[in-house]
Ligand binder design. Structure first.
Ligand code: BJW
Length: 236
């Protein structure tokens, strides 16, 4: 991007690729999460209704992996951008890990939920949760054993859509990092931002399904591309 000095308002969308170098599997790679666990089994409300124990085990394992993972250079670079950029910055992540926050970013929306949060179907309370759900623990608020992962599955409404659409409508730069562009509504954000006049930049290991919608695509590992891009923006 040639005109970094003019950028006042950035919206960043991240996906599983930004956490891949922290050891967390992506979804659609050959050895990805969907390889052993078909999406309709573990990422739909119907799959959960059919076999809750299997889904709880899947997310119990994910929770354990999230806690063991550490932020990588890409998360840390975005943390630095959050601290040092003088304009507005919003990070919208599809990821359920907390690596953006642990990498130092403050303004983060988890549109597909959070791995370390659980949602009680009995009383609607949400709780931070680092342990397991497979053993049917009681909700700390109502005592019922009715807690599910606080995750947005297919067919469910992602979180914070109003705030996201509002931010996209004001952005002058939209940056997509480490996402395949296979899942909506996130895959459509680039078109919404562009229609409102934002430039669009993609940073991804390989071409995504939506690459042709971006003004510029840079291909490579997030741990290299993101720090280099953050340096460019902060230099103006
Ligand atoms: C690297 C790298 C490295 C690797 N460096 N890069 C319009 C058309 C058709 C269908 C629909 C539509 N609108 C809605 C739908 C239905 C559906 C949908 O999208 N279906 C598709 C299959 C077509 N969407 C929904 O149901 C959503 N809800 C909804 O739409 O509600 C109604 C609504 C309407 C209008 C407005 C608003 C709402 C809900 C979607 C829920 C998605 N949930 C999941 C699972 C939960 C989270 C979890 O368990 O962790 O979220 S699915 C899964 O995919 C997960 C991810 O967040 C999401 C995206 O995946 P992501 O992050 O892109 O990962 P990958 O693996 O696909 O890609 C990784 C990329 O990284 C690759 O490109 C690699 O190359 C790259 N990479 N290493 C840089 N080191």
């Amino acid at each position: 991007m040639s005109n970094n000095a003019d950028i006042r308002n950035i919206v960043i969308l991240t996906g599983a690729g930004i956490s891949a170098e922290s050891g967390l599997k992506t979804f659609r790679a050959e050895d990805g999460l969907w390889e052993d666990h078909p999406v309709e089994q573990v990422a739909t409300p119907e799959g959960f209704a059919r076999d809750p124990a299997l889904v709880q085990r899947f997310y119990d394992e994910r929770r354990k992996n999230i806690r063991a993972a550490q932020p990588n250079a890409a998360h840390e670079a975005l943390g630095r951008l959050d601290r040092e950029f003088s304009g507005e910055l919003l990070i919208v992540t599809q990821n359920i890990d907390d690596l953006h926050e642990r990498g130092g970013a403050g303004n983060v929306l988890h549109m597909h939920g959070e791995g370390l949060s659980v949602w009680c179907q009995g009383c609607d309370a949400r709780h931070r949760w680092e342990g397991t759900l497979g053993d049917g623990p009681a909700c700390p608020a109502c005592g019922e054993a009715a807690m599910r992962p606080d995750i947005v599955w297919f067919g469910e409404m992602p979180y914070e859509m109003d705030r996201i659409f509002e931010a996209l409508s004001r952005a002058d730069l939209f940056v997509s990092i480490g996402t395949s562009g296979a899942v909506y509504p996130a895959a459509g954000f680039v078109q919404q931002a562009s229609a409102s006049g934002a430039r669009a930049l993609e940073l991804n290991l390989e071409e995504s399904l939506g690459s042709s919608n971006f003004d510029e695509s840079r291909l490579g590992a997030a741990s290299e591309l993101v720090p280099a891009w953050v340096d460019e923006v902060l230099k103006g």
